[in-house]
Design a protein around this ligand. Sequence first.
Ligand code: SF4
Ligand code: SF4
Length: 125
Amino acid sequence: MRALLEGLFTVLKHLFMRPVTLEYPEKKRFQSDAFRGKPSVKIGENGCVGCGVCKKVCPSGAINYEKDENGKVISYTFDLNKCIFCGNCMYYCPHSAITLGQNFELGTADKSELKLTYKGGSEND
Ligand code: SF4
Ligand code: SF4
């Protein structure tokens, strides 16, 4: 009888407590500004100059870019199949051209969608 009452008390107590879960995806958790999600890069004026630092510090070889005949970066790709969101590329870029944003909802059934290509500031052109 005592165990039954204890169980009932526990149920009643939790009826009036705030839930510990969220109605995801309608509601989302607060994320710190330091969160490292989907990477992006700025190309063009005041953006990437193609120095190669990000490629050198990327531990998983997730970065590739192409330059034109004048040495200007024309396209830049993050391969999210490889990226571990360490943030090295963002921290070491001498031109602050890379940002790891707040978006973490990157799941897809199509692996090709995990290659994020930026051309002049746009994605997957
Ligand atoms: S480190 Fe910055 S400027 Fe250099 S290639 Fe990478 S993104 Fe471009
Ligand atoms: S976050 Fe890390 S693993 Fe991802 S592209 Fe940048 S350096 Fe590479």
